[in-house]
Design a protein around this ligand. Structure first.
Ligand code: SAM
Length: 249
């Protein structure tokens, strides 16, 4: 069956990378694992051997019959991962995700869920460039880094070359691991907090004060330069700014 480019189908063929994903995910017999995009099941097979339960979400209907036949113990959802409501019981997300929806997947499972529906850990294969954005450090942040770092601690596990996939993608990939922790922003404030972030980053070259339409004194009072740009704030600075702008202190 020909790989479907529009569904981000780059099937993993390298055993070393497969075992690196599994080692980083550190699955035990107590774990419920959710896998997005099982494809032909190369990762699914290993997850089933290690976990208590595996749920796989696959959008491509052509892959479903074979997956059902190969893995009778698998809970298989023929669905778009972005429409699945994650369980309220603990689970780990492990996936070689379709790259065209990396940010939407991350946001669907973190920002758009309440804490008890978020995974306890995410181990993902993503584009290397996206991985670098995700674990950007304070002083050089971006919206995706904040999307992730509000909810957990990302770590780069390994850089993976295109030759480990069939067909090979055009770019390098990376395994990342995100340990999900207590969020730095409470659930009730998340939407407003991220609206502030998006507004702050709307025009990267403009000063934060102009993007947000706030007085420079507000920034000075927080110990920030009046000329500061969005990418220069730490997440702590953003939470303080949020509290001041929305008067929650
Ligand atoms: N896990 C397999 C592997 O490592 O070889 C396949 C990975 S491939 C990069 C991505 C998989 O995600 C494909 O099987 C594709 O059909 C599936 N997929 C694409 N969009 C999806 C979506 N919105 N929801 C669920 N699965 C999707």
């Amino acid at each position: 069956m020909k790989a479907k480019k529009h569904l981000g189908q780059n099937f993993l063929e390298n055993k070393e990378t497969l075992y690196k994903i599994l080692e980083s995910a550190n699955i035990t017999k107590n774990d419920h694992v959710i896998e997005i995009g099982p494809g032909h099941g190369v990762l699914t097979r290993e997850l089933l051997q290690r976990a208590k339960k595996v749920t796989a979400i696959e959008l491509d209907g052509d892959l479903i019959p074979t997956l059902k036949k190969k893995f009778p113990n698998l809970e298989l959802l023929h669905q778009d991962a972005l429409t699945v409501t994650p369980p309220s019981t603990p689970y780990k997300l492990v996936a070689n995700i379709p790259y065209y929806i990396t940010s939407p997947i991350i946001n669907h499972f973190l920002r758009h869920q309440k804490q008890n529906h978020r995974p306890t850990q995410m181990t993902l294969l993503v584009q290397h460039e996206v991985a670098q954005k995700i674990y950007a450090k304070s002083g050089d942040l971006n919206v995706l880094a904040i999307d992730v770092q509000v909810f957990g601690k990302p770590k780069l596990v390994a850089k993976i070359p295109p030759s480990h996939f069939n067909p090979p993608p055009k770019v390098d990939s990376a395994i990342i691991n995100i340990e999900v922790t207590a969020p730095l922003v409470e659930d009730a404030a998340i939407d407003k907090f991220f609206a502030l972030i998006h507004k702050g980053f709307a025009h990267k070259r403009k000063k934060l004060s102009s993007n947000l339409g706030i007085r420079e004194d507000v920034l000075k009072a927080l110990g920030l330069s009046p000329n500061i740009r969005a990418q220069e704030l730490s997440i702590g600075d953003w939470t303080h700014l949020y509290a001041v702008v929305y008067n929650t202190t």
